[in-house]
Design a protein around this ligand. Structure first.
Ligand SMILES: [Zn+2]
Length: 271
C-alpha cells in the first residue's frame, strides 16, 4: 500500500472534508504569469496527498508530504509533522500530481540549443469548495474526455495570483493512448534531427535513445519519484534554524488557513 492515494475518489474525500510533499529535484511545471506552454498528459489519475511547501536555504522549491495529514505516512513516521509544528498557522494543502511531457521548446542562452520533451510533474492543488483549484478542473476534463492520458493541452497561467502550474486548458490534440509510443518516436526523431543539425560539437548531439533514457514517455513511478524525507531529517531542518515565517519573502505557497479555504493559490515563487 502506498502512503499516498491514487485517483480522483480520494480527492473527493479530501474535498468534502474542507474547511478544515519532498519530490527531489525541482522538475515541477512552473509557469510565469501570463505564460502559455504545451503539455502532453501521460496518466489518467493523480498521485494525491497532503503537502507542505516551505522556504529552506533561501529557496521556495522545497516540498514535503505532511507526516500527519497523510494517515499511512503518519503511521510510518510516528504521527507528528515537524512542519505543521513549526508553522502553527500554516496548513498543508491537498495536491494531485500527474506526469506530463513538456512540448514547448526553450533555447539555451549561450548556444541557442533547442531543449524540449522533458518529463515533468504537473502538481495541481485541490483547493476548497469556495475556490476549487486546478485539480478539480483536471477531474472535470477527465470526465469530459474519458481520460487524460494522451491529451495535449496549451495551458495558460492567467496571472500572478493563480496556481503556478497554469489553470486555463485549451485542448490541442487527442492522441490514442496506444499511439503514444509511435507519436513520441515521430516527435523525438525530428527534434533530434533539428537539434543535431544546429550544434557543431559532437558532445552536444543527442539521440532518440538518450532522450528516452532521460525522459521516458511513461508515467512516473511515484513511489520512486516522491519520497518523504526521514522524520529525523525534517526535525533537523526545522530545528534551531527553522525558517521563520517573517522571512518567507512573500512566497506564500505553503498552505495557510485562508489558502485552504480559497484554494491554495500560489504567489509567484522565485525560481
Ligand atoms: Zn504537516
Amino acid at each position: 500500500m502506498s502512503w499516498f492515494s491514487t485517483g480522483y475518489e480520494s480527492a473527493q474525500e479530501a474535498y468534502n472534508e474542507t474547511p478544515k510533499s519532498s519530490s527531489g529535484k525541482n522538475d515541477r511545471v512552473y509557469l510565469k504569469a501570463d505564460q502559455t506552454r504545451r503539455f502532453l498528459f501521460l496518466d489518467d489519475d493523480p498521485a494525491a496527498f497532503w503537502e507542505h511547501q516551505f522556504q529552506y536555504d533561501g529557496k521556495w522549491t522545497n516540498w514535503e508530504p505532511c507526516h500527519e495529514r497523510n494517515k499511512h505516512l503518519a503511521r510510518l513516521s510516528g504521527g507528528s509533522c515537524p512542519i505543521c509544528k513549526a508553522y502553527d498557522d500554516r496548513w498543508p494543502y491537498f495536491v494531485g500530481c500527474h506526469t506530463v511531457i513538456e512540448m514547448t521548446p526553450w533555447f539555451t542562452k549561450k548556444d541557442h540549443i533547442e531543449m524540449n520533451f522533458s518529463r515533468r510533474i504537473f502538481a495541481a492543488k485541490l483547493g476548497g469548495k469556495d475556490k476549487p483549484g486546478v485539480l478539480k478542473k483536471l477531474e472535470k476534463l477527465k470526465s469530459k474526455h474519458g481520460r487524460l492520458r494522451g491529451l495535449i493541452f496549451d495551458i495558460e497561467r492567467p496571472g500572478k495570483k493563480t496556481e503556478v502550474c497554469g489553470s486555463d486548458f485549451d485542448l490541442i490534440e487527442k492522441i490514442d493512448p496506444g499511439e503514444i509510443q509511435a507519436y513520441s518516436m515521430e516527435q523525438l526523431k525530428s527534434y533530434v534531427e533539428r537539434r543535431n543539425k544546429a550544434v557543431e560539437d559532437d558532445k552536444k548531439k543527442v539521440s532518440v535513445e538518450k532522450l528516452l533514457e532521460w525522459s521516458p514517455w511513461e508515467p512516473f513511478n511515484w513511489e520512486e519519484k516522491i519520497k518523504p524525507r526521514d522524520i529525523s531529517e525534517i526535525r533537523a531542518m526545522f530545528g534551531k534554524n527553522a525558517p521563520s515565517q517573517e522571512s518567507n519573502g512573500g512566497g506564500g505557497s505553503t498552505g495557510t488557513k485562508d489558502d485552504f479555504k480559497d484554494g491554495g493559490v500560489d504567489d509567484d515563487i522565485p525560481y
